[in-house]
Design a protein around this ligand. Structure first.
Ligand SMILES: NC(=O)C1=CN([C@@H]2O[C@H](COP(=O)(O)OP(=O)(O)OC[C@H]3O[C@@H](n4cnc5c(N)ncnc54)[C@H](O)[C@@H]3O)[C@@H](O)[C@H]2O)C=CC1
Ligand SMILES: O=C([O-])CC(=O)C(=O)O
Length: 331
């Protein structure tokens, strides 16, 4: 039995993500939570002929508790998205409190669940989540993930556009660091199969992967940011976690984790000098089975990108940690 919960299920990401989870044979029970419209989304999805039972809850009448009790996987796309001219950090003011309160619910009602944080700024919302879980004495770093899969998906897609590869799924690019602009570090030198792209084109590609989110924000022109590609990416990551927990071996997905607390992470934390960082993670029955370190063999250009990313991440992480200790949840 796998119960998945989506917090922020009525939103631009929440709805298509919930659709993909409902369509998945790997999910038996799907609980949807939002401050608006979640019973409607649940009623709609419940007519789909797939195994998952779907329920929808609002905050009233213990909605968060009912959503989370018994949940194995909790996916969190709740919060406001960007408009043109905004950075992800501009979302902190509103989304930090939303994530803090939802994670407090997770700590109380399903402390052993795998938690997948999509809400931006991921660089800061994941440290907030960690602090809240710590405060409740239920923090298991192997079960808390910042979802950076969209960066990996974009890397495959954009590289394929340059190389002419028809099936972008066959291109795997490790993307490390964080999830915003120059904290995103695509490691093209470690792509599989190896790439033969001229250096000048590499710089353009790296920039497109780092700022791919801006392309969508600009094109949507005030109506939000990536939702459908994020639903695809979020589902891919959730499915990977569910499969690994179910015993499937060899699943590796880059994601943003608390390095000192996960197997193999301590050494990488020493190299980068910060605690939260995305690296390729081998998933297993308990979440993170092993953090892998691709940084030993990167090229000089990538080392420069890494340095910039670490600087930005440091302040994003500190901001999240400070917020969580200054403004503990009121729930
Ligand atoms: N990690 C990533 O790669 C990506 C992250 N995002 C982020 O995902 C978040 C959601 O984006 P969209 O779905 O486009 O926004 P949206 O505005 O369409 O949907 C957000 C949903 O969250 C709900 N919500 C707000 N406060 C809530 C609360 N306290 N409890 C439960 N639900 C609540 C809203 O009612 C709404 O339905 C944004 O912060 C966005 O920046 C977006 C794309 C990629
Ligand atoms: O750009 C945004 O604000 C949404 C996001 O995180 C992405 O598309 O990568």
């Amino acid at each position: 039995m796998v119960k998945a919960a989506v917090l922020g299920a009525s939103g631009g990401i929440g709805q298509p993500l919930s659709l993909l989870l409902k369509a998945s044979p790997l999910v038996d029970d799907l609980a949807l939570y939002d401050v608006v419209n979640s019973p409607g989304v649940a009623a709609d999805l419940s007519h789909i002929s797939s195994p998952a039972k779907v329920t929808g809850y609002l905050p009233k009448e213990d909605g968060l508790k009912n959503t989370l009790e018994g949940a194995d996987v909790v996916v969190i796309p709740a919060g406001i998205p960007r408009k043109p001219g905004m950075t992800r950090d501009d979302l902190f003011k509103i989304n930090a409190g939303i994530v803090r309160d939802l994670i407090t619910g997770v700590a109380k009602y399903c402390p052993k669940a795998f938690i997948l944080v999509i809400s931006n700024p991921v660089n800061s919302t994941v440290p907030i989540a960690a602090e809240i879980l710590k405060a409740h004495n239920v923090f298991d770093p192997s079960r808390l993930f910042g979802v950076t899969t969209l960066d990996v998906v974009r890397a495959s897609t954009f590289v394929a556009e340059v190389t002419g590869e028809k099936d972008s799924r066959s291109i795997v690019v490790p993307v490390v660091g964080g999830h915003s602009g120059d904290t995103i570090v695509p490691l093209l030198s470690l792509a599989r199969p190896p790439l033969s792209i001229p250096t000048d084109k590499c710089d353009g590609l790296v920039n497109r992967i780092q700022f791919g989110g801006d392309e969508v924000v600009k094109a949507k022109d005030g109506a939000g940011s990536a939702t459908l590609s994020m639903a695809f990416a979020g589902f891919r990551f959730a499915e990977s976690v569910i499969k690994a927990v179910g015993g499937e071996k060899g699943i590796v997905e880059p994601c943003y984790v608390y390095l000192p607390g996960v197997p193999g992470g301590d050494e990488i934390a020493k190299v980068v000098g910060i605690d939260f960082f995305a690296v390729p993670i081998e998933l297993g029955p308990n979440g993170v089975a092993k953090a892998t370190n691709p940084l030993g063999s990167i090229n000089e250009r990538e080392k420069e990108l890494l340095e910039v990313a670490i600087k930005g991440l440091k302040s994003n992480i500190d901001k999240g940690v400070e917020f969580a200790s200054a403004e503990p949840a009121k729930l």
